[in-house]
Ligand binder design. Structure first.
Ligand SMILES: [Zn+2]
Length: 332
C-alpha cells in the first residue's frame, strides 16, 4: 500500500484513526506491516502490499492458496481487452471519463482491478478498489505502478472508511452479495453529501431464461465443482456463444438490413454487445456466470427502491443491453 492510502483508512469497527507500522517496503509500497486501532485495540495486517481487514484465518488460508492458484490468473489478467474501457463506460453511463478528474473514488468490488485501473487512468485524485476475495492479489499487481490507485481487502458491509468519497461505483458485484441492498447502502454511506454513486446489476426482466434454466445448474452443480474443472467444462457453452456471436450476431448487426433481422433473435442486445470480444473474454463471461454461488436478478422497481432508501429520489435508472440495470444518482 502507498502512503497516501493511510489518510483514507479508519477502523472498520469504531471509525477511530489507525496507527500504521511497517517491516518491509519496496519503493513507494508498504509490503508488510500492520494497522492498529488504539480505541478498540484491534490489529490488522498488511500482507503482500495489501491492507487486509478480512479475518486473519482468511488471510492465512489465502496466503497458502496464492502460490498455487494465482499463476494462471495473473497471466489471464495481462490480456487487456480493448473493449474494457467502453464496456466500463457503458456500465456507468451517463458518467464519462472526465467525470473522474480529481475525484476521490471508491470501486466497490474491484475483482482483479480492471476498473480501478481505468478510474486511475481517467484522472481520479485517488481511487480505492475494495474486494473481499483473493483477487486483491491480482488487483494489487495490476495497479501498484499507478500512484493514484489503491487496493484494500475488506468486506463491503464493513468498510474501513469515513464518508470521504466524491464518487463510488459498483459494477457487476452487488447481485453476487448475500444482501445486495445492504451492500449498496453501505457503499452509499461512504459518499459525501453532494457526491455521486453508480451501480450496475443483473435485471430480473428479460432474464427469465437464466433464472429458470441456468440458475438451477449454477446453484446445484457448477458453483460446487472444482473451479479448474469448471474452467474446462465451461468451454462448451462458451464455444457455442462464441460461434453464435462471431458468425451470426456480430455480422448481422453490422449492417442496417441485418440488424433489423437480428433484433428478433434471442438475447440480441446483449450478444451483440459482446460480439467484438475475443475467445478468452467470452469464456470468462460464461465461467463467471457459472461459478458464482450467489446471483440475484433484480427488478427495476426494487432497484429504484434501493436508491430511495439512500435518499436519492431522482436516480437515473436505465436499461443496459435489455438485460440489466444501471443507476446513477447524487447523494443529498
Ligand atoms: Zn477501532
Amino acid at each position: 500500500m502507498k502512503e497516501t492510502l493511510k489518510k483514507y483508512l479508519v477502523c472498520p469497527n469504531c471509525a477511530a484513526s489507525l496507527e500504521f507500522s511497517d517491516t518491509e517496503r519496496e519503493g513507494a509500497e508498504i509490503i508488510t506491516g500492520s494497522m492498529h486501532c488504539a480505541a478498540c485495540r484491534k490489529t490488522w495486517p498488511i500482507v503482500r502490499g495489501v491492507p487486509r481487514f478480512a479475518p486473519m484465518a482468511e488471510v492465512e488460508k489465502d496466503k497458502a492458496a496464492t502460490a498455487a492458484n494465482f499463476g494462471w490468473q495473473w497471466q489471464h489478467f495481462t490480456q487487456i481487452d480493448e473493449g474494457y474501457e467502453n464496456q466500463f463506460l457503458g456500465w456507468i453511463a451517463p458518467v464519462e471519463r472526465e467525470f473522474f478528474k480529481d475525484k476521490v473514488v471508491l470501486d466497490g468490488g474491484c475483482g482483479k482491478g480492471r476498473h480501478t485501473q481505468l478510474a486511475a487512468k481517467f484522472g481520479a485524485r485517488d481511487v480505492i478498489g475494495i474486494d473481499l476475495s483473493d483477487a486483491v492479489e491480482t488487483a494489487f499487481a495490476a495497479t501498484r505502478n499507478l500512484p493514484n490507485a489503491h487496493i484494500v481487502q475488506t468486506d463491503i458491509f464493513n468498510l474501513p472508511f469515513a464518508r470521504v468519497f466524491d464518487y463510488a461505483f459498483s459494477v457487476g458485484v452487488l447481485h453476487h452479495l448475500p444482501d445486495p441492498r445492504g451492500g449498496f447502502k453501505s457503499l452509499g454511506s461512504k459518499v459525501k453529501s453532494g457526491g455521486h454513486i453508480s451501480a450496475w446489476i443483473y435485471g430480473a426482466e428479460n432474464n427469465e431464461w437464466i433464472t429458470s434454466f441456468v440458475n438451477p445448474v449454477r446453484e446445484h452443480l457448477t458453483s460446487r465443482i472444482n473451479p479448474g474443472l469448471l474452467l474446462q467444462l465451461s468451454k462448451i457453452p462458451a464455444a457455442m456463444m462464441f460461434v453464435a456471436t462471431k458468425t451470426v450476431y456480430g455480422p448481422l448487426n453490422r449492417s442496417a438490413g441485418g440488424a433489423s433481422i437480428a433484433r428478433h433473435l434471442f438475447y440480441n442486445d446483449y450478444l451483440k454487445s459482446i460480439a467484438g470480444f475475443g475467445w478468452r473474454e467470452q469464456h470468462t463471461i460464461v465461467f463467471d456466470h457459472l461459478v458464482a454461488p450467489t446471483a440475484f436478478y433484480i427488478s427495476r422497481e426494487e432497484f429504484a427502491d434501493w436508491w430511495r432508501e439512500i435518499g436519492v429520489e431522482d436516480a437515473d435508472i436505465n436499461w443496459h443491453n435489455r438485460n440489466s440495470w444501471r443507476g446513477f444518482g447524487q447523494i443529498p
